[in-house]
Design a protein around this ligand. Sequence first.
Ligand SMILES: [Zn+2]
Length: 408
Amino acid sequence: MKCRNCDNPLSISFADLGFSPPSNAYLTENDLNQLEHYFPLRVDVCESCFLVQTQDFVLPETIFNEDYAYLSSTSKGFLDHCEDYSNKIIERLTLDSNSFVVEIASNDGYLLKNFLKREIPCLGIEPTKSTAEIARSKGIRVEERFFGKETAIDVSKESKADLIIANNVYAHVPDIKSFTKGLFLLLKDDGTITIEFTHLVNMLREKQFDSLYHEHFSYYSLTTVINIFERHGLRIYDVEKIPTHCGSLRIYGCKKDASIQNNAEYIDKILNEEKEMGLDNLDSYKTFQSEIDEIKNSFLSFLLQAKKENKKVAGYGAAAKGNTLLNYAGVKPDLIPYICDMAESKQGKYMPGSHIPILDIDYLKKDKPDYVFIFPWNIAKEVIDQNNYISEWGGRFVIAVPTLEILE
Ligand SMILES: [Zn+2]
């Protein structure tokens, strides 16, 4: 296999999590009697451009099917973050009714609704039918397809974009070259691209191995994104750190020859931070596997100990992160009998691989578990604030990443 960015042959392993089903392939009761598809979850690092990437991948059509359960609009904190971004970018680029904004992976319209409200013409590009329909019901125009060179050419016949937004989608793109070329083709000469992606620095520092999924084809640093952009006539003119998805970067890109000035000071600051973390040194990537194994072992020890003591453990948040952890650790309903989730689209379904049932949040109050294990540890504070009633029966919250912790 060759690097998705620079075509260098890949030979250095970053993480090997064995085999598991795609982390968003939630199952119905009927599916439990069917064959389940397992795929290798192995991640390599390119020794030439340092892009971290999955070794084998599932075709997107298999993963982003119509039942794809993830809706962006389920976390209040995330929606606030999006509204804040929208207001800031509208001011910064002085967008108005003559502008054109395109969002790639527009999901259920969680973001574009903010532009619609300000009467800024916009278009969503979203391959998933069910979420595209929700966005349309909010009045947002949606082009129902994957983004790449071809889509960019078709959409730009209507107009090129003043702003292209691609948040939390870059990692999901199997063909980075076609995607990035598409950004170039769809952008006006002085237009801006903003991309938010989980920063590899945080994954290494906080040992966020549960962000490794089949659906994530690449894991980015600023260094690698600059490298990718330069190959397609683009440059990064500004960057900022944002707290979403466990520590992300938001980059601002434009065409290489655009009249926009670079915010060199801040770009250099983050590049230096990446150097200090050793992101330009292969040895830094080779220790990740042993750190992952340590987390898996403490997670299992905790569950086995609780079982021995006859303590009840419930799961909270049927997140993709949870599936990575559960499937790597081989945990089944005998150790975690159910997981509660606020999303109605997931309730009544089962976690892929582990087959743990997903229930309504109210079930916690009925069952009164001793421990509530939070899978999306990145929103632990929000979860604890909303469910602090578990302390009434002495329940405690638990997280496993970066280290196992039983919280107050
Ligand atoms: Zn490479």
